[in-house]
Structure formats: C-alpha cells, structure tokens
Design a protein around this ligand. Structure first.
Ligand code: 5GP
Ligand code: MN
Length: 335
C-alpha cells in the first residue's frame, strides 16, 4: 500500500491538474460526503476540480459545503463529457464497479487520464483504475479518505468544510454509528472532526429531521399498507410502484430509510425494499448478523454491496419482483 500512497502524494502535491471526481448513481451521504471532502482538499492543493454525479441525489444532502459546484451528468451530458475529456485525473469515489456510474461510464472509457479509486465495498474491480485504495473494513469511503489524508500527512488541510463532509459520510454510512462497521477508530475520527468544529447536532438535524410532510406520509403508508412480513423466514418486504410515489409527490430522498423500519421489527433479519423509479425496479436489501444480502443482490439482481446492506435492479415488474423474492426467501429458509 505504501507505494500507492507515495504515488498519490506525488500526483496530488505536484503541478496543477484538471481533476474530475465522480461517484455512484443514486449518490448517498457517503458518496457525496467523500466526494466533496476530496473536492475541497484538492482545491486547497490548487487543482482545477469538478464533481460529476451520474444523477441527482436527495435534497437533504444539498446543504453540504460545495454542493452548488456539483454538476449532474443526466442533466448536462455534453458539458460533462467535455470536462471529463480534459481531465488529467479522475477519482472514482465510493464504488468499485464501472456499471455503478451508469451511462456516464461511456465518458470515462478509453481516456488516457489517470484513474484513482477510493472505496470500501467488497470485490473491487482493480481493472477500472490505475491506483486503487480499497478497504472493505472501513465503515465508509469518508473514513477511508480521512485515513488517506492522515497517511499523506495532509491533515493540516482539513478545514471545517472538509470536516463536515467527512462527518456526513461516516454518519450516514454507519447508520448513525450503529452498524458493525463502526469501530473505536471511527469514533476517534469523529472526535477529531468535532474538535475541528463540526456541529454534530446541526448535521443530524439537516439530514434526519428535515423531512417534508409528504415524506412522512409516504412512510406511514408503507408501514400501514405495504409492509409484508414472512415470520417463518424472519423476513419483510416493502414495495412501492410509480403510481404510489406520484400520489405522495415523491422527491429524491423520500424513500431513503424506509427499509430500516422493516428491519427494526423484532425477529426480522432480512428486509427488502422494492421501488419503481424512472422506469427501473430497484431493490435495497438489508440484514442483521451473518446473513449476506450482497450474495442475493449479486446472484439474483445484478447488484452488490456490503454483507448487511446491498442493492440491485430487477428486470421484472414490482409484483413479479416480489414473487421472485418470496421464492428466494422460501428457498433460503432464513434463520
Ligand atoms: P441502497 O440500498 O442504499 O441503494 O444501497 C446499499 C448498498 O448497496 C450501498 O453500499 C450501495 O453502494 C450498494 N448498491 C446499491 N445498489 C447497487 C447496485 O445496483 N449494484 C451494486 N453493485 N451495488 C449496489
Ligand atoms: Mn459508502
């Protein structure tokens, strides 16, 4: 790893470069937090930096410092293509499989720019980057980035903007510090970020206590009308189709977190959330303990992720996807 660190140090502390930072489709708090933290760091090192996300993301992340400078591929394809072609360096943040950036992958393909991957997901595809920083034990890409900044002895550059972005990535990817991936070191990092001025109550409020009434009503509807449990298999499914999203004036971010309520039921160790969005049927899978949802995502839904949190897509309708999942649940006899 030391050789990779040396290379990265030389690249980012050297001459001014055109840099693009990108992250996975449907960017979450860690995707945006780690990308924006890196953005601020590289700006301080006087590079010319642009974040490009494949598509839009939840409104409760729009307060992040630097958010106004982010551009979205789906909304400005030509502009993003041109900027990407001029990049000397491209950072892949919080993903390790090129399909995760959807159509934007066509822009980064066949470019001679140096590609650097920073990620914490399982099974990295090393072939997509020239330099790979992969740590599947890190709670979040933000935590891994914090470690990298420290190994490179650049921690004097961590200002309040970078601190807030890193805090947000770690907060959201650890489920507010409750997942197994949270370690004493995670808390040490959080302690350092708070000492650097992060107002943690404000950030929790901006992310979790900032819901619209529509979002709350959609949650209520899911729990009352759409939650199916399979108690003999300790499983639960919640699903939403396009018409239901429309009925509740769906905005990006409104369905985030709903799956956690299914997993909060006593005895449930496997939960799935199925949603039809933009013509795609998307699945979120969550589990407790040793039940590996990333294996289900990979085998049946062309996806992946972590042992206890993964996702994928289905080519079937919502109804047919539920049936397919019910068969999987019955077959696996989840205990
Ligand atoms: P979520 O359910 O919140 O969308 O995603 C949970 C986890 O699974 C995240 O770590 C995310 O990166 C991963 N994930 C979600 N969707 C996909 C997918 O389509 N493919 C892969 N490989 N991973 C996914
Ligand atoms: Mn992450």
């Amino acid at each position: 790893m030391q050789e990779e660190y040396n290379k990265l140090y030389t690249i980012i502390t050297g001459s001014k470069k055109n840099v693009v930072i990108t992250t996975h489709r449907g960017p979450d708090g860690d995707a945006m937090g780690s990308s924006l933290a890196l953005y601020h760091l590289l700006k301080k090192l006087e590079h010319n930096v642009q974040i490009i996300t494949p598509n839009d993301y939840a409104y409760f992340l729009h307060w992040l410092p630097g958010n106004k400078d982010v551009i979205i591929y789906e909304e400005s394809k030509e502009k993003c293509k041109k900027i990407t072609e001029k990049a000397d360096l491209i950072f892949f943040m919080d993903f390790n499989n090129i399909d995760r950036i959807a159509d934007y992958k066509e822009c980064v393909r066949n470019l001679s720019s140096t590609k650097i991957l920073i990620d914490h997901h399982q099974d990295p595809d090393y072939s997509i980057a020239d330099l790979v920083f992969s740590d599947t034990k890190s709670s979040s890409t933000a935590e891994l980035l914090y470690k990298i900044i420290n190994v490179l002895n650049l921690n004097h550059l961590i200002d309040i903007d970078i601190s807030e972005c890193l805090y947000t990535g770690i907060l959201t990817d650890t489920g507010s510090f409750k997942y197994n991936s949270t370690t004493s070191n995670t808390h040490k990092i959080i302690s350092d970020l708070i000492e650097r001025g992060v107002n943690h109550s404000r950030i929790h409020d901006l992310i979790y206590d900032n819901s619209t009434i529509d979002k709350m009503r959609l949650l209520g509807y899911c729990l009352k009308n759409k939650l199916q449990t399979y108690e003999e298999n300790n499983s639960a499914i919640i699903s939403l189709n396009h018409e239901e999203l429309k009925r509740f004036n769906f905005k990006k971010g409104d369905t985030e977190g709903i799956i956690n309520y299914a997993l909060a039921i006593k005895g449930i160790i496997f939960a799935a959330f199925i949603v039809e969005k933009d013509g795609i049927v998307k699945l979120s899978l969550r589990s407790k303990g040793n039940f590996k949802v990333n294996e289900i995502a990979k085998k049946y839904f062309n996806g992946g992720g972590h042992i206890n949190a993964s996702g994928g897509v289905s080519q079937l309708s919502v109804k047919e996807t539920i049936k397919k999942l019910e068969k999987i649940i019955n077959k696996l006899k989840i205990k």
